[in-house]
Design a protein around this ligand. Structure first.
Ligand SMILES: Nc1ncnc2c1ncn2[C@@H]1O[C@H](COP(=O)(O)OP(=O)(O)OP(=O)(O)O)[C@@H](O)[C@H]1O
Ligand SMILES: [Mg+2]
Length: 394
């Protein structure tokens, strides 16, 4: 792992030195949903099984030999690639933890294959390793992305994201290979700029050697899950930092937006009322929360309360945004809603979401609500499908 880390450090520094002309990159910026005959090939891929795994300790990045889908989420960064018989996704936790510089600490980190880099006299412990450290110090990990978006005032956030992406993928075998990454919809009532977030990530992806294109996260959910409905319906990703909503009509993202509320909000709100760190709440929630079972203690009571709040706010936002829009097409039959993202995973979530829809009035009729096949990998899979339908530039 020491060699891998050194090369990661070197690659990060080389990338920092590389001055790229951002203007030329932004010319590639147009998001184009002209889904042509390549869609047939992509649709075959859609039927493949997803095999997902966490990046292994000490594992070095590989050079992709085809289009790549990338999900840069508040909680996870996931790379998806198309193999002959399946879709392969590799994920790393998008979190970090800093400890002071010392020779002793360095030796221990290297010896234990901990994923870290050095900057400003600090060791940045990155990914799943950061979660172990936070639990050990009874505190929280830090996030490189807050509520779905990079902040311009956090330079270390970008360095952490770059380190994680470089631990998952290297320069592609064919220079200029398409890489499609998910971007949030504009937050309503929120903070942060999607344009800034998207442009900074595009510059970085371009420097690695890919041709970057972006896809709205909710649209990626539609591409991944609604082929049988001609890509017509509402795709919702409920992640760590936000909820992304996309109403798609025949594969066109008619309406997209986000609200900046997700699993992190539930963890910190429940943690603060019960008095335990959010990182610990997250671990308990992921392991055992059921929204069907009666809450058994103060923490699960709090988790149920904040889950209910999230569902209500999300559905109220759908009522408000969809009703105010004059872009809703005349759709003759009811359309499906598909839910994805880690926060939609607890037992009973889909049912709760469906029942609670009776409390809002949407301008479209809903035929069904279902959970994506693999909620944590849906965005990366949809981004891969999008990447496969794009032409690689000569
Ligand atoms: N089994 C589970 N049960 C409950 N919650 C879970 C489970 N697995 C993951 N989560 C939660 O899902 C969230 C992460 O989901 P996801 O990976 O989809 O988010 P993200 O894409 O990184 O974030 P975002 O899209 O908001 O930027 C975290 O809050 C995590 O705690
Ligand atoms: Mg997400």
């Amino acid at each position: 792992m020491a060699t891998d880390r050194t090369s990661l450090q070197e690659r990060l520094e080389a990338l920092k030195r590389a001055e790229t002309d951002s203007g030329s990159m932004l010319e590639n910026d147009k998001q184009d949903f002209n889904i042509d005959s390549k869609m047939a090939q992509a649709e075959k891929t859609l039927k493949k099984e997803v095999r997902s795994r966490e990046r292994g300790e000490g594992e070095s990045a590989e050079a992709p030999s085809g289009p790549v889908g990338l999900d840069i989420g508040t909680s996870h960064i996931i790379v998806a690639q198309n193999e002959r018989r399946y879709i392969r996704t590799t994920n790393e936790l998008n979190a970090f933890f800093t400890i002071p510089h010392s020779k002793f600490a360095r030796n221990i980190l290297v010896k234990n294959d901990v994923f870290f880099f050095e900057q400003d006299d600090l060791y940045y412990i990155v990914g799943y390793s950061a979660e172990n450290f936070a639990n050990m110090f009874d505190t929280d990990t830090r996030r490189s992305i807050k509520q779905g978006l990079l902040c311009s005032d956090e330079k270390e956030g970008l360095t952490v994201i770059q380190a994680i992406i470089l631990s998952l993928i290297q320069k592609p075998k064919r220079l200029g290979e398409i890489l499609c990454f998910g971007i949030p919809g504009d937050p309503i009532d929120g903070i942060g700029s999607v344009t800034y977030h998207e442009s900074i990530i595009k510059m970085f992806i371009n420097r690695i050697g890919f041709t970057p294109i972006s896809i709205n996260e909710g649209m990626a959910v539609v591409l991944s899950e609604l082929a049988e409905h001609d890509y017509t319906g509402i795709g919702i990703s409920i992640g760590g930092g936000m909820c992304n909503v996309c109403l798609s009509y025949l594969s066109f993202p008619v309406l997209t937006y986000s609200i900046q509320m997700g699993g992190d909000y539930i963890d910190s709100s429940a943690g603060s009322v019960v008095g335990i760190p959010a990182t610990k709440v997250k671990a308990i929630k992921e392991k055992e929360l059921s929204l069907i079972a009666k809450p058994k203690d103060r923490l699960t009571t709090a988790l149920h309360i904040f889950y209910n709040e999230l569902i209500q706010k999300l559905q109220k936002s759908m009522e408000r945004v969809l009703s105010a829009s004059n872009q809703i097409p005349m759709i003759s039959k009811p359309i499906p809603i598909v839910l994805s993202g880690g926060t939609a995973m607890p037992e009973g979530f889909t049912d709760k979401f469906q029942k609670s829809l009776a409390n809002v009035r949407l301008p479209v009729e809903i035929s069904s609500v279902h959970l994506a096949e693999d909620p944590l990998n849906t965005t990366a899979k949809g981004a891969l499908i999008m990447a496969m339908t794009e032409e690689t530039p000569e």
